[in-house]
Design a binder for this molecule. Structure first.
Ligand code: MN
Length: 230
């Protein structure tokens, strides 16, 4: 018996299923759209994707209203396609990687941009910029079989009805099988692993009272409201 009661892994509903998807780990790809890499002052890197992680307790199921994050004055939205694995993947081929995908969802990789910049400037980790409470926002999952192949689907985000991010999924620098196959050479990937696959151009700050809507064609939309600071 454990010493203290701690919450179980968070779960995300799956469209058309009564049982929910339990989240064990969260991997996130950095700079996976060329235009976003450029807006952050980098040249797109085709050699290999890079990753950072969020803890499962960062999951926030949308729709939700969340407080403006602690410890930042520059909270940013990053609209992303989220991949949920349904089978193990280890040193996976592209085909095995593709078959390991259970479902997709709209996600927001909320970012303390000022704290991330501190990390970059001081050559320190990104954790305070990326891994914090309610920073991994996710809408209900749609099974891969229902979504179909990832291709030219539109991905977009509006803030208070105004378009901020607008792209298509075929603009991913490292596509889904490539991301999973590469990651599976560093980890024994398994069901419960989510991958936030990177954000298109147009990231920017949110303020108290902002109403965000993220959409990917064929998936449940994501609705998030930014509440007051705590
Ligand atoms: Mn991101």
């Amino acid at each position: 018996m454990p010493l203290f009661d701690i919450p179980p892994f968070p779960t995300v509903p799956v469209n058309g299923e009564t049982q929910a998807y339990a989240v064990r780990r969260i991997f996130c790809v950095g700079r996976n759209y060329a235009d976003h890499a450029k807006e952050m002052g980098h040249q797109p890197d085709m050699e290999a994707p890079f990753f950072f992680c969020k803890t499962p307790s960062a999951i926030c199921l949308a729709p939700a209203t969340i407080p403006y994050a602690l410890g930042t004055n520059d909270l940013h939205h990053e609209m992303e396609l989220v991949v949920a694995l349904g089978t193990p993947a280890f040193r996976a081929t592209r085909e095995e990687a593709e078959n390991a995908v259970y479902a997709y969802a709209c996600g927001l990789d909320m970012t303390r941009r000022d704290r991330q910049q501190d990390g970059k400037d001081k050559r320190r980790p990104w954790d305070f910029g990326k891994d914090f409470e309610q920073s991994a926002v996710i809408a209900p999952l749609t099974k891969a079989a229902d979504f179909g192949p990832v291709g030219g689907q539109r991905i977009n985000l509006t803030v208070n009805g105004e378009i901020r991010q607008d792209a298509t999924l075929d603009q991913l620098l490292h596509d889904i099988p490539a991301v999973i196959a590469y990651l599976s050479t560093f980890y024994h990937l398994a069901p419960g692993d989510l991958i936030y696959t990177g954000t298109p151009a147009g990231v920017g700050p949110v303020v108290e009272g902002d109403v965000l809507r993220g959409e990917i064609e064929g998936l449940s939309p994501l609705d998030l409201t930014i509440g007051p600071k705590e």
